[in-house]
Design a protein around this ligand. Structure first.
Ligand SMILES: *Cc1c(COP(=O)(O)O)cnc(C)c1O
Length: 394
């Protein structure tokens, strides 16, 4: 875009033009070129010395930064309303780098218990060995005050949650974090920047699995962290040192996907609502978990803090695990696969995927039962999706 004052543009315009260089001369590429190189030249040792002294922002080596990655970073920062972003090789690279940029041995972290399985295992299996203590709190944040100690450094939340789409009250969470001077991090993957922008509410860092709705086509693993320049410098150092940098090819796929994010999420939300309503009326279904339904415990909160109800839902079958397995084995249009947020509709059983090696107690806290089916609603025609559900439940 010509005008760098981006604030006058809406989110869909930003998804298309945000982060892109000016392209108004003769022969400027409209598509973002893939800068497929591992290393970059310097004009002189004097320039290299400037780089070594931190006085030059020149690209040196693609693990540190690359022009294709920079475009993706500018675009996502614009979409989330952040000063800067760091793209990473996966969502988990963004999450681990953001957390390790904040926490050191002896520190304590408070996290909502219902987080993505990978994040949960990072906090349960890895952090304790590093001397980082993790406290868990429910999505209702009950008992939060009692968990804060002088060593608490960070509050980590995810909302809506996987797989039952419970919400965390963002206002409450941010007030608590500010009162205790904690750095607040939120996984915004399920909401997407289309439905929720937590930085504007006061959160310090937003992380995404860009593998999901941002890229949107089930063809790339990617992640991103967004926040102010100072915090993103810290995240970038962690990414550089831990090695979770994104590949330029992946950045190109991510950029291509993001351009249609707005229309995809809008339509997928409509499809999800249609699917949720259908399931809600089906005699085999015990319960539907979708924040768009008035029966969902967080429906009111969703209306308050989100601009739509999302593309994800879950449901419990009256017949428990055997019925859930039978359903998943019978769908034809829906694909039986992990992941979410892509154009293809997917179904999965959390107990065989995100929640695979969890105790009965852990499952109970996550509101997951053996008969819970999670659905990622794609971009197909809603009537076709419903017809497939109908035949698979018959
Ligand atoms: C998939 C996912 C992640 C992990 O992202 P990867 O790209 O697979 O590393 C983190 N958080 C949420 C909510 C996810 O759905």
């Amino acid at each position: 875009m010509k005008n760098k004052n981006v604030h006058q543009y809406g989110p869909q315009t930003m998804a298309i033009h945000g982060g892109e260089p000016a392209r108004h001369g003769v022969g400027a590429p409209v598509g973002t070129p893939i800068c497929r190189t591992s290393t970059f030249t310097f004009s002189s040792t004097a320039e290299m010395k400037r780089w070594a002294e931190g006085k030059s922002k020149a690209y040196i080596y693609s693990r540190y930064g690359n022009p294709t990655l920079s475009v993706a970073e500018g675009k996502i920062a614009a979409l989330e309303g952040g000063e800067a972003a760091v793209v990473t090789a996966s969502g988990m690279a963004a999450i681990s780098s953001a957390l390790l940029g904040v926490l050191k041995c002896g520190d304590e972290l408070i996290s909502t218990a219902q987080v993505y399985g990978g994040s949960y295992r990072l906090m349960r299996d890895v952090f304790p060995d590093m001397g980082i203590k993790v406290h868990q709190v429910g999505t209702d944040l009950a008992g939060l005050e009692e968990l804060a100690t002088p060593r608490t450094k960070c509050l980590y939340v995810e909302t809506p949650t996987n797989p039952t789409l419970r919400l965390v009250d963002l206002d409450k969470a941010i007030k608590f974090a500010k009162r205790h001077k904690l750095i607040s991090i939120i996984d915004n993957t399920f909401a997407t920047p289309v439905l929720q922008n937590p930085l504007g509410m006061g959160f310090d860092i937003v992380v995404h699995s860009a593998t999901k709705a941002l890229a949107g086509h089930s063809d790339v693993i990617a992640g991103v962290a967004v926040g102010n320049k100072h915090r993103m410098e810290r995240v970038r150092h962690m990414v550089i040192d831990l090695g979770g940098s994104m590949d330029p090819e992946a950045a190109h796929l991510l950029l291509r996907g993001i351009k249609t994010l707005g229309v995809r999420v809008e339509r997928q939300c409509l499809n999800a609502m249609a699917v949720a309503k259908f399931l809600g009326k089906h005699p085999q279904v015990a319960r539907v978990h979708y924040p768009g339904l008035a029966s969902h415990p967080d429906h009111k909160l969703a209306k308050k803090q989100m601009r739509g109800f999302g593309t994800m839902l879950a449901f419990d079958l009256k017949g428990g695990l055997p019925a859930a397995r039978r359903f998943c084995d019978r769908v034809q249009l829906f694909l039986l696969a992990a992941s979410l947020g892509g154009v293809e509709s997917l179904v999965i059983l959390p107990i065989y995927s995100s929640h695979y090696n969890m105790s009965a107690e852990e499952l109970k806290r996550a509101h997951v039962s053996p008969g819970t089916v999670r659905v990622s609603v794609g971009l197909e025609d809603a009537e076709d999706l419903i017809r497939d559900l109908q035949q698979a439940l018959a």
